[in-house]
Design a protein around this ligand. Structure first.
Ligand code: GDP
Length: 457
């Protein structure tokens, strides 16, 4: 509407404006946006479940589906047809998208959902570096088959590790599909047994009981995915929501549009003429055409020439948007992936040392003082060293168990001091959760995830 244009102009001229109200005006009609990641042990049925869900929601066309059904039948692997669809559709969809995370889109009644990370990737942890850092909510898929749930949960499986990981990255809401319930004749006893075990663990891991929903289902047969179950044995004891309703019931994260502007750059490319573009997620605040921005950690200024979301030009973009920004007044070679664009009046911190509260999982050698790691912060990848082990914490309560531990093994939580090889742009988790999360990797394996608790200038 013309009102909106006026507001945008006011912002561009730096006249006082209310970003929250403007956001409502511009986007109020749209569905709330939710970023969701799918986690769980290998073979829990993540690909099949999501492939089937996307198919039922009309995200995969009939012809393609028919092709995969025939091909998979020919190979005697019909049970893989949905997983295949997801993998192949993923490749197609990813073409032209510069993100290193697989993305799928679907809608529920009130939400527009972006599924992060192609669940077909068996090697989940390395791939979730960018994924989990952006996720608002997670689906934790577990296999109800006798023996299989136990493998994934008790015996070094990934169920616990993934749940702890997303929690330590700030995800608070979980849906837990108790999958493959067809293999146990839809047994209520089996469902209850698994729920009981998971409840105890998830509570310990820091999830509120009211923020976790368990859903009996079968990704293969499609029971209870997008509509109420029809299987008699399941109908007999379950009348709760189907998976789609559970996703719809997630609370949407608030878009922090009133906070100072920050955008983390994940791609840089040539535009028309002398101009060039950067793209990335607007983590907080808003950005308008004509705004002055500061590129950190180098602290170089630039001007916003134009803005776009998926090739549609915009005069203003908001927190939560994946935006393309055309910049002027700055050299392209001075911009790198992982840099942060911010409001020059309220810039991000720039430092090479900070403290973080981390969770350690996956280490073959315990972490000791001086331990070299690769730091991942949004799209930034930088060598770093764990300088100090300050204290070991109780994982669920956060209470100090031990001061100055000599080493940190798997499944421990701790406060550590990290020294990066050069200054980076960062923020406290308490001030900006988007720029306050880090991951530590060694030899391509993620060994810890954490939240920045103190910046040492
Ligand atoms: P992922 O590794 O978690 O992505 O698991 P997949 O989706 O690749 O599935 C692993 C195996 O479990 C495949 O053989 C699937 O056909 C099978 N599977 C998946 N979902 C179900 C289900 O609901 N019921 C049964 N019986 N098998 C399933």
């Amino acid at each position: 509407s013309s009102d909106t244009t006026e507001d945008t102009k006011a912002k561009a001229k730096d006249v006082k404006f209310d970003p929250q109200q403007l956001y409502k005006k511009e986007r109020g009609e749209e569905k709330e946006h939710l970023y969701m990641i799918v986690i769980g042990h290998v073979d829990a049925g993540k690909s099949t479940l999501m492939g089937h869900l996307l198919y039922e929601l009309g995200q995969v066309n009939q012809r393609t589906m028919h092709k995969y059904e025939q091909e998979s039948r020919k190979l005697g692997k019909q049970s893989f047809m949905y997983a295949w669809v997801l993998d192949e559709t993923g490749e197609e969809r990813n073409r032209g998208i510069t993100m290193d995370v697989g993305r799928f889109q679907f809608s529920t009644k009130t939400k527009s959902v972006t599924l992060l990370d192609a669940p077909g990737h068996k090697d989940f942890i390395p791939n979730m570096i960018s994924g989990a850092g952006q996720a608002d909510v997670a689906l934790l898929v577990v296999d109800a088959t006798r023996g299989e749930f136990e493998t994934g949960f008790d015996f070094g499986g990934q169920t616990r590790e993934h749940a702890l990981l997303v929690r330590s990255l700030g995800v608070t809401q979980l849906a837990v599909p108790i999958n493959k319930l067809d293999t146990v004749s839809w047994s209520k006893e089996r469902f209850d047994e698994i729920v009981k075990k998971l409840k105890g663990f998830l509570k310990q891991a820091g999830f509120k009981e009211s923020d976790v929903t368990f859903v009996p289902c079968s990704g293969l047969s499609g029971q209870n995915l997008t509509s109420k179950p029809t299987e008699n044995e399941l109908v007999a004891w379950y009348d709760g929501p189907c998976l789609l309703e559970v996703i719809d019931n997630f609370r949407s994260p608030e878009r922090p549009v009133s906070k100072p502007f920050r955008l983390s750059i994940n791609d840089i490319f040539k535009g028309t003429g002398a101009a060039f573009c950067v793209s990335g997620r607007v983590e907080t605040g808003t950005l308008s055409v004509g705004d002055k921005v500061l590129l950190c950690p180098n602290r170089e200024s630039a001007i916003v020439k134009s803005l776009a979301i998926e090739d549609v030009s915009k005069t203003i973009v908001f927190a939560g948007d994946q935006a393309t920004v055309t910049l002027s007044g700055i050299e392209m070679q001075n911009v790198s992936v992982g840099n942060i664009l911010c409001d020059p009046q309220y810039p991000v911190s720039v430092a090479s040392k900070f403290q973080a509260r981390i969770v350690v999982f996956n280490v073959t050698v315990p972490i000791t003082k001086g331990f070299p790691v690769v730091l991942h912060h949004q799209s930034l990848v930088e060598p770093a060293v764990v300088r100090k082990l300050i204290s070991q914490l109780n994982k669920s309560t956060g209470e100090v168990l031990k001061k100055h531990p000599r080493f940190l093994g798997n499944n421990t939580s701790a406060i550590v001091e990290i020294q990066v090889s050069r200054p980076i742009a960062l923020e406290l988790y308490s001030e900006c959760k988007e720029l306050g999360r880090v991951m530590l990797r060694v030899g391509g394996v993620t060994i810890a995830a954490g939240l920045i608790t103190k910046i040492i200038l």
